[in-house]
Design a protein around this ligand. Structure first.
Ligand SMILES: Nc1ncnc2c1ncn2[C@@H]1O[C@H](COP(=O)(O)OP(=O)(O)O)[C@@H](O)[C@H]1O
Ligand SMILES: O=P(O)(O)OC[C@H](O)CO
Length: 541
């Protein structure tokens, strides 16, 4: 059992670069449970439950950080109305158990072989469930669901605009975060508000729901990286904030307790026989886990994950969080028990790979992402087409609920291949906007961007990205960076690894892509993108 009494502390010193200064400082004080020391020889594997927007996977890592086995399962996406997105939390839990069971079977491992697991998840997605039966009281409302735009306008007016809560929360008031999703549930699920006020209902993001189901309800907990994406947490105190709870009218009794990401009290698994008795050693939101897996441990290190959306995160170190003036998010990157959190700046782009899925499913211009990628590669560029995928409005750095998808520059010359190319370029253009905002906010000149996620299988994406950013793009050997990140975090808490330096050594570069255009060409491309963005704004009233 993971408890404060059986923890041993180890402190490690390393060098950290801040701008051009090199500091010798403590970055990791790792808490190690006795279990790992007493059973060090047998419990050498670490598991990662990676619950993403489109699928769930369980990945098992050995001490060298190599993948031993993995199992993945997609879940159904529900689109009950235009712009609405839902998941079934029960299906996600059952898929999690299936993935764990199959991956453990493939690797021929028993629970005693696994020192701990980490949970990483699609963030902000909101679940409410019955405290006794565990039954979800509505489908989960997904992070990219735009149903709360009316509620968002109301709170923006009430709180002083889109940035009215930014100092406290690090976030703009947007449909993206959990608070307005919870408001919608309270207003629309009959009887929910009364039950919640009576203490009969629990709220949580996906990490919290899965943890509660896996530990049989012994711990209703979340970690700080997930809690801080609800719009209900003060990013300085790292606690639920009374003013925010009052503003959004959320009863405190339905909220989980907030734990540090690494070594927090998350309980022990007792509802999945394949991992019976294994502690949950770490929880990290998926973008935070990817940043951890990409070993972005120095201030200024940054990564971008190109999956359903695109998410850039840059390590800003511990100390006071930097509040963005450029439309970025301030977010705890991770927190080790007993240590102050390390903060990050993040640029969240809502639509990246999902645009390729849309071309496949709705326009049927190819039967798979790979086929669309091939089509896009058959032309030398997009021939001037700019495709702004503001399907649910625009996230960072614009935060405009009123933007809608826009294709600019079409002529009779263009074919579906140019459209496919423009869709792939859109991910890089959006990343460049966030990249520039990050440089302006942090004062840090980023010399490289580490990348991962499903879209990075596409060489045209990587080449155009390096060109439009004007910097080198680095790809790791291990592309399961999200799962690796939370596995490393769990392994640090259970003693499989004992320092961030050790974890950083597990990161191996597979590929570097360099820019190949000059500054003039880059500025022209960026100027054309800005024009296209302007045309997408204000469409939806
Ligand atoms: N070769 C490719 N070119 C462009 N996009 C791709 C390619 N292969 C996969 N994708 C996109 O990558 C996304 C899947 O990436 P993944 O990291 O698994 O996403 P998530 O973690 O968000 O579920 C899909 O949206 C898909 O359209
Ligand atoms: O599951 P992904 O990779 O699409 O990530 C979703 C993000 O966590 C949403 O904030």
């Amino acid at each position: 059992m993971f408890s404060a009494n059986n923890l041993i502390r180890r402190t490690h010193r390393t060098t950290m670069r801040i701008g051009c200064k090199v500091l010798l400082c403590t970055i990791a004080s790792v808490t190690v449970p006795v279990r790992s020391l007493s059973t060090a020889s047998s419990s050498k594997y670490v598991g990662a439950l990676d619950q993403g927007t489109s699928s769930t996977r369980f990945v098992i890592f050995d001490q060298k950080g190599e993948v031993v086995s993995k199992y993945q399962k997609e879940h159904v996406q529900y689109y009950p109305k235009s712009g609405w997105v839902e998941h079934k939390a029960e299906e996600i839990f059952q898929n999690s158990v299936d993935c764990i069971t199959n991956a453990m079977k493939q690797a021929k491992l028993n629970p005693e072989d696994v020192s701990s697991i980490g949970i990483t998840n699609q963030r902000e997605t909101t679940v409410v469930w019955d405290k006794v039966t565990g039954e979800p009281l509505h489908n989960a409302i997904v992070w990219n669901c735009a149903r709360t735009s009316g509620i968002v306008s109301k709170f923006q007016s009430k709180c002083g605009g889109v940035d009215g809560l930014r100092e406290k929360t690090g976030l703009p008031i947007s449909t993206y975060f959990s608070a307005t999703k919870l408001c919608w549930l309270m207003e629309n699920v009959p009887g929910l508000k009364k039950k919640a006020e009576a203490g009969d209902v629990l709220f949580g993001t996906i990490d919290c729901y899965l943890t509660w189901r896996l530990n049989g309800g012994t711990h209703h907990v979340t970690d700080i990286t997930n809690a801080a994406r609800t719009l209900l947490v003060n990013i300085n105190s790292l606690e639920w904030d009374d003013f925010l709870l009052e503003t959004f009218d959320v009863p405190a009794c339905m909220l989980p307790s907030i734990e540090p990401s690494i070594g927090g009290e998350f309980g022990v698994i007792n509802q999945c026989p394949a991992l019976d008795g294994v502690p949950i050693g770490a929880i990290l939101g998926d973008q935070h886990a990817a940043t951890f897996g990409q070993a972005c441990f120095n201030v200024g290190d940054a990564k971008c994950t190109f999956g359903t959306g695109a998410f850039i995160m840059m390590n800003m170190g511990s100390g006071s969080p930097v509040v963005s003036k450029q439309g970025l998010l301030t977010t705890p990157f991770y927190q080790i028990k007993g240590q102050p959190p390390v903060y990050a700046l993040e640029g969240a782009v809502a639509v990246a790979g999902s645009l390729i899925q849309w071309l496949r499913d709705n326009l049927e211009i190819g039967s798979s992402a790979e086929e669309i990628a091939k089509l896009a590669a058959s032309v030398k560029d997009a021939e001037g087409i700019r495709f702004v995928p503001a399907f649910n409005g625009l996230f960072a750095p614009h935060w405009r609920e009123d933007a809608r998808g826009t294709i600019c520059g079409l002529t009779f010359y263009h074919t579906k291949a140019h459209l496919a190319r423009a869709a792939i370029d859109a991910a890089s253009f959006q990343t460049a906007e966030v990249f520039d905002a990050m440089k302006a906010d942090s004062g840090i000149e980023l010399s490289a961007l580490k990348v991962d996620g499903g879209m990075t299988a596409n060489p045209q994406l990587l080449e155009f990205l390096a060109d439009i950013l004007g910097t080198k793009v680095l790809m790791p050997k291990n592309l399961e960076t999200t799962a690796a990140g939370v596995a490393f975090a769990a392994g640090l808490s259970s003693g499989v690894w004992d320092s961030l330096d050790q974890v950083a050594d597990l990161w191996v570069e597979a590929k570097q892509v360099d820019q190949s255009i000059d500054d003039d060409e880059r500025s022209n491309l960026k100027a054309s993108w800005r024009k296209a963005i302007d045309r997408s704004l204000g469409w939806e009233q």
